[in-house]
Design a protein around this ligand. Sequence first.
Ligand code: ACO
Length: 706
Amino acid sequence: MMNDNDADIKYLFEPRSIAIVGASHDASKIGYKVVENIVEGGYKGIIYPINPKSGEIVGRKAYATVEEIEGDVDVATIVVPAKYVYKAVESCARKGVKHLCIITSGFSEVGKIKEEEAITDLARESGMRIMGPNMFGHYSSSASLNATFGPRDIIPGGVAIVTQSGALGIAMMGKTFVEGIGLSAICSVGNKCDLDEADLLEYLIPHEETKVILMYIEGVKGGEKFVEAMKRATSKKPVVVVKSGRSKRGAQAAASHTGSLAGADNVFDAVMKQCGVIRAETIKEAFEWSKFIANNPVPRGDETVIVTNGGGIGVLATDACEKYEVSLYDNSEVLTEIFEPATPEYGSLKNPIDITGEAKASDYLLSLDAAASCDKLHSCIALFCETAVFNADELPAMVRNTYQKFTEKGKPITFSLFGGENTENAVRTLSSEKIPVYGDVYESVSPLGAVYRYRRYLENCATAVESIDLDVDAINSIVEKARSQDRFFLLTHEAQEIMRLADVPIPETKIATHLKEAVKHAADIGYPVVMKVVSKDIIHKSDAGGVAVNLLNEKEVLDAYEAIMRNCRESVPDAYIEGIEIAEMVKPGVEIIAGAKFDPAFGPIVMVGLGGIYVEVMKDVAFRSFPLDRNEVLSMVESIRSYPLLLGVRGEERKDIDSLVDTIIKLGSIVDKCRMVSDIEINPIVVYENGHGSKAVDTRILLSRD
Ligand code: ACO
């Protein structure tokens, strides 16, 4: 069912009428091209060109102003120079236009932030939504509307493209035509002064013609809304994303290009995986995947079979399956039963099925028909090496026939055809018919890998979100006290208090303000103990000689107390020393780093990795956006290279992974619910054997500067 908002966004893509403010009489101008594309594209609604000189533009009556129009206007596409845009928006507001697509450049992307804010505020006050400014317009197959200054030739189809780059978007429109990719919608988001990707997904998620959404992203702003929208989108249809800015230099270029901060790529990558987004590395790959997904079924199970007439390409395809995580069926009894009739004795009935170089079209048909009919097989990769015994003229018919059989059964199949001119021609012809035929083995496996990735996500995607009860007020009051002292970090004992409030196990700790008290605390806690100076003026305690470990008795505590005081007074003479912390000396276990932070692009993020002093060297960390389900936290922990240490190596017992997962959820909840806390990092959290929990040894908390 559609709510009001859905209905609104629907009229952006399926307007009943469109005004083009800045429609030009000059055929070389953008304002003419847009009208021409709308008219020639066969738009079903009413077209109102707006030009002060009125007259006729592309054979349509032009109006001097929007307000002169008698009927309602759902969309106004604005193509007047930047200095006239505000007036045009005012005029649209008076007319009661629903949506504005502002193609005009010259706003926040060139530092004209106030000008952009002014039109945004005006539109909001008048209940209008804005796409842009600084975009190339939009296309919608449902309305046969091409309100862009891009190419006219567009094939209607199942792929919706949302791009942060306008120029790339226009080029993509041309490329989809050449590649035979059908579009359901395409638009660039421009400066996103109002509508952003998440808003556009509102239309594309329920839009039936859209089978797959392809997004080109440079950076993400307002990531919490984005993540939520992406999760909703992938629960209904696949989303393929290409993000530039993987490299450090690329990220800097992207940040300056879009004016948005490109999120750290590893965080982006982790969050996209978590949302079930299929991330492509190149636009070519994204196009291939989208084309495949739009025209082929998602496999109903994991089992794939390779059928080949050549051993070499069979092995290459096996390698590609490993790379793209396509799993090969290996029940030899079933494989023999299915493929024996079409396989000579010297062939192979192990997957890849090798029907040998002697195979003719009839042999392919026999074995591929059998694969299509077998319920135990869910997808197929058919490989063909050109040979003299296979009549090349029969190749297209064999492929078409097989593809149809698989389609009827609701199973995906891809083909890799390798050979001379005849084969190359067959690849071109068949691929223009939207049959997934490729000239290279890896290319034929890659799109199947993409749908399998999506399928696995749907199977495993978590629905429940973990949440814990937190005494938010108590945490906030600790934070507020620190802020009242102009601090953006918490002292150790403050961070420990927050851990206690969140029920995160920490070593038993007491603070002593004099020698006698230190001795009493040590006895209460039990030997051995650790002692650390407590002072907001001494950040690097060890460097200042403010730490003593493994103290075994009263005498060692007395000596350490005096030594710490002396060392700290010498190295930081003006430091105010609040006391000395006496802590339980924790037993050794697996040292992990766990944390949570408020990411400027994505909101709350949780992190886990190999802890201790090698964090920076090993860089073995994983991230996820928060909130998330317990299983997703577990999968994040499992994804680090050091995970075997938690499972126990060389006969060690499995460690208390549940306790680590609990702690990560608690850290995420703190950052999620207490927005003044920007970063929490525990390094190390020592994880003990199963059932023995974990201990957060060193906790650092930073506060938000916003
Ligand atoms: N209402 C209606 N029409 C008006 C108004 C008005 N208030 N003011 C002017 N016009 C008319 C003009 O009379 C003119 O028509 P004419 O040619 O018949 O006289 C028409 O609007 C266009 O006005 P021009 O002043 O000629 O503007 P021009 O076409 O040179 O430029 C444009 C306007 C295209 C919006 C330009 O300012 C611009 O922003 N260009 C960049 C667009 C862009 O690249 N956007 C990003 C896309 S994404 C990417 O990266 C590719």
